[in-house]
Ligand binder design. Structure first.
Ligand SMILES: [Zn+2]
Ligand SMILES: [Zn+2]
Length: 132
């Protein structure tokens, strides 16, 4: 894959954001920098960068939006149940899932994923202000 100027700008913008943006969200940021860029270009390049393994595509959540992550190291995600924002979750490096499994129904386990959910800082703040 050739690293064009636009592609590089898209990759850099994604690396700066820690919010796991959608193509639309990234486009809003990029068009301030590159006024002639189109949403289709952003989307196509995000797909190419994912295929090349430079970024990660996240599974769409309940909001059906496809989000992207510049952090390709293994890590987990927490999803806000109100606004859909995604954050990274770090867990202790000596966590070993095989130590806590008690039964796999005779399956040979080769991998796993853990999903966290809750409220992001913004939504948690709104909730407490409402005094609920
Ligand atoms: Zn939220
Ligand atoms: Zn992430």
């Amino acid at each position: 894959m050739r690293m064009t100027a636009q592609r590089k700008a898209i990759l850099d913008a994604l690396r700066k954001l820690k919010t796991h943006p959608t193509a639309d969200e990234l486009y809003e940021v990029l068009k301030k920098q590159i006024p002639r860029i189109s949403l289709a270009t952003v989307y196509r390049n995000l797909e190419l960068l994912s295929d090349a393994g430079l970024i990660k595509r996240l599974d769409p959540g309940a909001d059906r939006k496809r989000r992207y992550d510049a952090n390709v190291e293994p890590h987990f995600h927490v999803r806000c149940t109100v606004c859909g924002r995604i954050g990274d979750v770090k867990i202790s490096s000596d966590f070993n899932v095989h130590e806590v499994i008690t039964d796999t129904n005779n399956f040979v386990v080769e991998g796993y994923s853990i999903d966290f959910w809750g409220l992001c800082e913004k939504c948690a703040g709104k909730m407490s202000k409402k005094g609920g």
